[in-house]
Design a protein around this ligand. Structure first.
Ligand SMILES: [Zn+2]
Length: 119
């Protein structure tokens, strides 16, 4: 399953970033609409991949940057939510996807310093 290897890749990138001893609070990733990743499957895969790691209590927070494409008929930038969809303006298929393929770790939340008491 494709999403399992993505989840494993995220987990190892996070572990490299924070070290094995830091317990991670949450992990935020961007998965573009056109990245071809099933987000539900990815979150499901994450649940098993994170077990026994520093991320075992960290939810995977998925952001979905919008897919966009350049329509050669309209000569403008239009939203494209899925590969193979027509242009929402003219209904044509002369589309060049320009964004929405990202698949990256945005940030990793780790515990704050212990809060100061008093004051
Ligand atoms: Zn168009």
């Amino acid at each position: 399953m494709h999403e399992v290897s993505i989840a494993e890749g995220i987990a190892s990138a996070v572990q490299d970033a924070v070290g094995e001893k830091t317990s991670v609070v949450s992990v935020r990733v961007a998965v573009g609409e056109l990245a071809g990743v099933d987000v539900e499957a990815l979150v499901f895969a994450w649940e098993s991949v994170r077990k026994g790691t520093c991320m075992q209590n960290a939810p995977l927070v998925v952001e979905r940057p919008e897919g966009r494409a350049w329509c050669m008929n309209c000569c403008r930038d239009v939203p494209l939510h899925r590969h193979g969809d027509p242009c929402p303006e003219c209904g044509g298929y002369q589309l060049l996807p320009t964004q929405g393929h990202e698949l990256q770790v945005l940030d990793v939340e780790v515990p704050d310093e212990p809060p100061e008491t008093g004051g």
